[in-house]
Design a protein around this ligand. Structure first.
Ligand code: PPE
Length: 312
């Protein structure tokens, strides 16, 4: 259960957690009209720091643009709001959820006349796929649900409506005793998990589905690509046939909530040695060293919260 924090940012001011309410006839409730982000703030020796804040906000602005929504706030203004929110709520490690939605006004599909409301909430969010997941790996399945087909619901936009598809994938996986489901794209190639991008390792090379395979352009995905390149591990963005999953040496997920989570079995077929593999472990080490502040932030991925001026 979600533990409330004190304040939520709404259209430029801070309101009490319990006051962040919307009407049942708001456009978003009826038609799923929202775009949002999920961002982690980590506790570092220098205080809390938000991971890749600007990249997340940029993606939210992109999502809004695809849906013809004008957020009314610049990237800098939203960054400032989020840093201030974490500070105001006196949080250390937490998860931020900015969301822009079409509110109350007209009813009917056309969203044009409904006001755009922008909110940011934050709260403490622990391990997404279970406490053991990062070290032991998770057991997953290939979903019977297909990911959103091109030119239906755009997957480069992180919209609320896309998550109806994710919910089907997730609920089916859980109902069948798995931790997560991997969806294929409409061509039958590997796409992504209900809330994670996916990577496959075979013969020392990493493969990951391209953006055209109905995936969200993950910020953690991008971080993994950068870290792998730096570690000298070849990475190819290419269509991945389903059966490649089964014969891979390693498979792992990436995501803000899931971070870098190894997969130890798929459809009850053991992947590699059935535990976290060396590539996932190496990437985890580099990733956590940066976000925990034990290695220098050489990519400029962290925005410190305790600094009052110059939000980067
Ligand atoms: N694909 C999907 C469908 C997805 O939802 C996420 C994030 C990713 C890939 C990874 O993207 P990124 O976080 O930028 O690396 N899912 C978010 C929401 C999860 C939720 O249950 O809510 C997240 O991880 O925060």
């Amino acid at each position: 259960m979600l533990t409330p924090t004190e304040k939520i940012w709404h259209n430029g001011r801070f309101i009490d957690w319990d006051d962040a309410k919307i009407h049942v006839l708001a456009h978003v409730v009826n038609y799923g009209t929202s775009v949002f982000e999920g961002i982690r703030c980590y506790s570092t020796p220098a205080g809390p720091a938000i991971f890749r804040l600007r990249e997340h906000i940029r993606r939210m602005i992109d999502s809004a643009k695809i849906y013809r929504m004008d957020l009314g706030y610049s990237l800098d203004e939203l960054a400032e709001a989020m840093v201030e929110l974490v500070r105001l709520n006196r949080m250390q490690a937490c998860y931020l959820r900015p969301i822009a939605l079409r509110g109350y006004g007209e009813i009917g599909v056309n969203p044009g006349k409904n006001p755009i409301e922008v909110y940011v909430a934050c709260w403490e969010w622990g391990k997404y796929l279970g406490e053991e997941a990062l070290a032991q790996g998770v057991d997953v399945c290939v979903s019977s649900w297909t990911r959103l087909a091109p030119n239906t619901l755009p997957t480069l936009a992180k919209s609320g409506a896309n998550y109806m598809n994710s919910q089907l994938i997730k609920m089916e996986a859980l109902a069948n005793g798995y931790t997560e489901g991997i969806a294929l794209d409409s061509g039958g190639y590997v796409s992504e998990g209900s809330g994670e991008n996916i990577f496959v390792v075979r013969d020392g090379k990493i493969l990951t589905p391209p953006l055209g395979a109905s995936v969200l352009p993950g910020i953690t995905r991008d971080s993994v690509l950068k870290l792998a390149a730096e570690l000298g591990i070849p990475v190819v963005e290419t269509l991945v046939p389903r059966e490649m999953l089964y014969i891979a040496d390693e498979v792992f997920f990436s995501g803000t909530a899931a971070e870098i989570t190894p997969i130890r079995s798929i459809d009850k077929i053991t992947i590699g040695k059935g535990r976290r593999g060396p590539v996932a472990e190496k990437l985890q080490q580099e990733f956590f060293a940066i976000i925990e502040g034990s290695k220098p932030d050489r990519y400029g991925w962290l925005t410190p919260v305790n600094v009052t001026v110059g939000v980067k």
